[in-house]
Design a protein around this ligand. Structure first.
Ligand code: NDP
Ligand code: X2W
Length: 347
């Protein structure tokens, strides 16, 4: 039994993911938040800027200082915009200090990062120290730097894992139609994320150019080496939270709907946070919002021979802060559901 809690730092506390980490870690029995940082600390308690935190914490954002974080805490969550952690991670990596990076900076090869994020990548020696970790398939890590998966990538990979791991996907027929609530875009306002453009509307964006395409392809390729491409689009749902992924795939070898259902059920039988729906039932977003669950359902069309897989998650929890805590739980050897036993609000 731990006599003292693990101390955590959150960098990027003023963003949606940082605030979600702070909210979830409040209930974690073994991890407590000791340091929070933002770019413009004013010395005031965090609750002055975010009144929903009144009376919950006694913390003020500090300027980012890697040495201070390493002296005061045991793990750091980097909840920073893309393009930041690649520049601030070095001291942690050199000291082998535990990091869970929620951004996309350490998920890809240098070439892919440059191509899809249009930014200068971290140096190869730093990239080599990071480990991409889809938490439900956590492998005993050999590194302290964990690249937490992206939100769309999480929902998509969990939808395809049972098939790819058994080399069953027809590599030329993997079509993903993914939709996200607006909190996935972070707090910065843009024309496309303006209320008037999102409310009562539905828009596809970044067709064939979304930065999660290489992340998904890279992991699918590890599971099923002949996969090199996916067809992937993203759209904005006029809701705050939630991702709904529809995957349309063909199989290399015929399988009955019952065999497919069993394959999914067997793959996820011991995975706390992935729930497979009963045969021919498909999940909806509301059943997972506010939780760390990914709910998955499938339906097969014998005429077109397309299998449709629906996967839903809360982008802020399973797609970001919740999965980050799940990864931290694995890292420290806590039961993976510690601090994450959440039930959807539903109504
Ligand atoms: N929102 C989501 O659903 C998901 C987000 N993610 C990833 O998590 C990360 C955070 O996302 P999200 O919270 O939505 O983003 P936000 O835009 O809401 O917040 C970004 C945070 O990064 C901080 N930041 C920006 N520039 C710097 C800098 N130069 N140095 C230090 N901190 C900086 C901001 O601080 P300040 O306020 O002081 O500017 C802010 O706290 C991103 O990389 C995102 O891609 C991943 C999966 C899902
Ligand atoms: C709705 C919305 O805009 N979502 C964001 C998700 C961004 C994200 O999570 O970024 P990284 O994983 O690349 O860090 C997007 O589509 O770009």
């Amino acid at each position: 039994m731990l006599t003292q809690k693990i101390k955590a730092a959150i960098v990027g506390i003023t963003g949606y993911a940082g605030l979600e980490l702070l909210r979830l870690l409040y209930s974690h029995p073994f991890i407590e938040v000791a340091v929070i940082t933002n770019t413009q600390p004013d010395g005031h308690d965090i609750s002055e800027q975010f009144p929903h935190l009144s009376g919950m914490y006694n913390l003020s954002p500090e300027p980012f200082d890697a040495l201070h974080i390493m002296q005061k805490t045991d793990i750091v969550f980097l909840a920073t915009s893309s393009g930041i952690s690649k520049d601030i991670a070095e001291p942690f990596i050199l000291a082998d200090f535990p990091v869970i990076d929620l951004s996309g900076d350490f998920r890809l090869t240098a070439d892919d990062y440059q191509k899809w994020y249009h930014k200068t990548p971290a140096t190869p020696s730093l990239l080599a120290k990071s480990q991409y970790s889809l938490a439900d398939f956590y492998d005993d890590e050999t590194t302290s730097y964990i690249a937490n998966p992206g939100c769309y990538a999480t929902a998509t990979l969990l939808a395809l894992a049972p098939l790819a791991q058994h080399h069953l996907l027809d590599q030329n027929n993997i079509v993903i139609d993914a939709k996200s609530g607006l909190s996935g875009a972070g707090k910065s306002l843009s024309t496309t994320s303006h209320f008037v453009n999102v409310s009562d509307n539905f828009t596809m964006y970044k067709p064939n150019s979304h930065q999660h395409i290489p992340e998904i392809t890279q992991q699918l390729h590890i599971w099923q080496p002949d996969i090199a491409h996916i067809q992937f689009t993203t759209s904005l749902l006029p809701i705050n939270r939630g991702i709904f992924v529809s995957a349309y795939v063909k199989l290399k070898e015929p399988r009955t709907p019952q065999q497919l259902q069993e394959l999914f059920e067997n793959t996820y039988a011991d995975k706390t946070f992935v729930r497979v729906m009963p045969s021919n039932e498909l999940p909806n977003i509301k059943q997972v919002v506010g939780t760390n669950f990914a709910d998955i359902g499938l339906t097969y069309n014998p005429e077109t021979q397309f299998l449709t897989i629906v996967s839903v998650i809360d982008n802020m929890i399973k797609g970001a802060a919740g999965q980050a805590i799940q990864n931290a739980n694995h890292f420290f050897g806590f039961p993976e559901s510690t601090g994450l036993k959440l039930i959807a609000q539903y109504a």
